[in-house]
Design a protein around this ligand. Structure first.
Ligand SMILES: Nc1ncnc2c1ncn2[C@@H]1O[C@H](COP(=O)(O)OP(=O)(O)OP(=O)(O)O)[C@@H](O)[C@H]1O
Ligand SMILES: [Mg+2]
Length: 266
């Protein structure tokens, strides 16, 4: 994909966050540019989900600023926040589909709740997203009747149904086997090319997620380390990044055969 010099969609400026005595974010700074994919990696409990919640306006920083579409979230009122969020699509770790609703109704929900579209328009939009996800024959089913991978695809369809400008994924492939998570990333990549959204992804799926990313950052010691291209990230001499890269990828990644295989599976 490569870095495009596009406008900044999200900016974290020296964000600090405490929970009691625990300082989880210790000066987190990040710029996310339009149309790019930013991947945040890091060990459990380092604050990756907390960063996403700040971007979504669900948590407020104790210091620093969170700026989305040029607007400081701390200065925004309820209506402005709602307007900003209407451009977001979110897929969290536990998909949280509504068990008592059909697949179709789950995907239609954001349109019914947040737009004034009539049912005919809703149908066109929902069917388009179901088809994108290969779920066109499953609209009448209920979540319990689907495989784990299909449930994730329903979650992805719902996250995209408002044609969001920014999509947030927190561990979108948790609980899926390798081929099912590759499938999710392939669908994700295809829909991003088509819908051209900006993406922020928290993921443990290194290195395959790197193939989709423009910028990779490691959350460690309360700060985002890196924020650089995946190539630069893998060669970084930051000791925290180096040990992460060695731990998660090992020394084999430079092998060309390995790379070719990765390209194939995506
Ligand atoms: N609402 C909260 N109240 C108190 N502590 C919290 C809250 N949310 C997160 N924390 C703490 O902040 C730290 C970072 O949590 P976070 O969920 O961001 O980790 P993470 O990097 O996403 O980990 P994982 O990879 O396991 O999802 C943890 O120690 C967690 O206990
Ligand atoms: Mg998390």
């Amino acid at each position: 994909m490569g870095m495009k010099p596009s406008e900044i969609v999200i900016e974290l400026d020296n964000v600090e966050k405490y929970f009691g005595q625990q300082k989880v974010l210790d000066g987190v700074s990040l710029q996310v540019r339009a149309g790019t994919t930013t991947v945040i990696v890091g060990a459990s409990g380092q604050g990756k989900s907390v960063i996403l919640k700040h971007m979504l306006g669900l948590m407020r920083p104790d210091a620093g600023r969170v700026v989305v579409f040029g607007q400081d979230l701390a200065q925004s009122n309820t209506n402005q926040l709602r307007d900003i969020r209407s451009h977001f699509g979110v897929l969290f770790q536990n998909v949280a589909l509504f068990d008592s609703m059909s697949v179709y109704d789950n995907v239609a929900l954001p349109l019914r709740e947040r737009t004034h579209k009539n049912e005919a328009d809703i149908r066109v939009n929902v069917e388009e997203k179901l088809a994108l996800m290969g779920l066109e024959d499953h609209g009448e089913k209920f979540p319990a009747q689907l495989s784990g991978g299909m449930q994730k695809r329903v979650g992805l369809a719902r996250a995209l149904v408002l044609n969001p400008k920014v999509v947030f994924f927190d561990e979108p492939t948790t609980g899926l086997d390798v081929s099912k998570s590759n499938e999710i990333y392939r669908l994700f990549f295809e829909t991003q090319v088509r819908l051209n959204y900006t993406a922020v992804i928290v993921s443990h799926d290194v290195p395959k997620i790197f193939k989709l990313s423009d910028s990779v950052a490691l959350m460690a010691e309360g700060k985002l380390q890196g924020c650089m291209s995946p190539e630069a990230f893998q060669l970084s001499d930051n000791p925290l990044i180096r040990s992460f890269v060695l731990e998660t990828m090992g020394p084999i990644y430079s092998s060309e055969t390995e790379e070719a295989l990765l390209y194939e599976t995506l």
